[in-house]
Design a protein around this ligand. Sequence first.
Ligand code: PMP
Length: 301
Amino acid sequence: MSSQWIYLSGQFVKKEEAVVSVYDHGFLYGDGVFEGIRAYSGNVFKLDEHVNRLFESAQSIMLMVPYTKEELKQIVVDTVRKNNLSDAYIRVVLSRGAGNLGLDPASCSAPRLIVIAEALALFPKELYERGLRLGSVSTRRNRPDVLSPQVKSLNYLNNILVKLEANQAGVDEALMLNDQGYVTEGSADNIFIVKNGVLYTPPVYLGALEGVTRNAIIDIAKEQGYEVRQDPFTRHDVYVADEVFLTGTAAEVIAVVEVDQRKIGDGTPGHVTNHMLKLFRQLVTTDGVQCYPESPQRDAV
Ligand code: PMP
């Protein structure tokens, strides 16, 4: 038996006992929202931003969050503590809850909150040193007027189809375009390109999630005096960029060294990318909500 505790609808239960109804509309229809959050050395990074985004996703799909923001933040912190974790990946899931087999959410009696915190499986160091190979895929990003990419919903089929295509093409990650052919993001990460010292990332209205890491990198880059532009760009702009990198809670900042078999720059992670990764890793150690305020200098357990 593992000793992992999961927060499930108001209480902590053992991982083996953390089960939900097959009538939960999160399972039946992908009806719900979620967040992926990370704790570094016992500090939850950008917890406010993640909780705000969860509330906005829920608001957009008319899902009532049965907690205040403060309560939800406390549950996240408590889940990390309960599992005695220091460096953790945290998944917050809010589903519509159990209903009948019809898709009408009116049959669902109460939303269900699940918080899982696990020791982090870090991406291999070699991947940061080597950089990723990206391939553009035929599946387009959801149109914002159909299912907004701003809603971090439990329906991730768009992203899953993209990932399947990337797997089939034998590349590390996909480059997703919108219906007009503009670059949007990866399957679960935002994209930046660097050209002549300027950083570009697609505006979210083109069809990208407004990533918490993306926003942190925009802030860091501006503080360092870089120009950062949220402008539309195409695959051509990616092919001829000096550097390309992806950002996300899991991947942090990771270089891209090849796109559609075009080598980017000299084919190794560029200096702006490395600089951003270094500053980001400094930020995560100094910023965040402490889970163990009684021992703030807590080492990894
Ligand atoms: N885009 C998508 C589609 C994602 O799922 C994620 C991961 N949450 C991201 C971008 C990166 O966002 P964040 O930096 O908030 O993890």
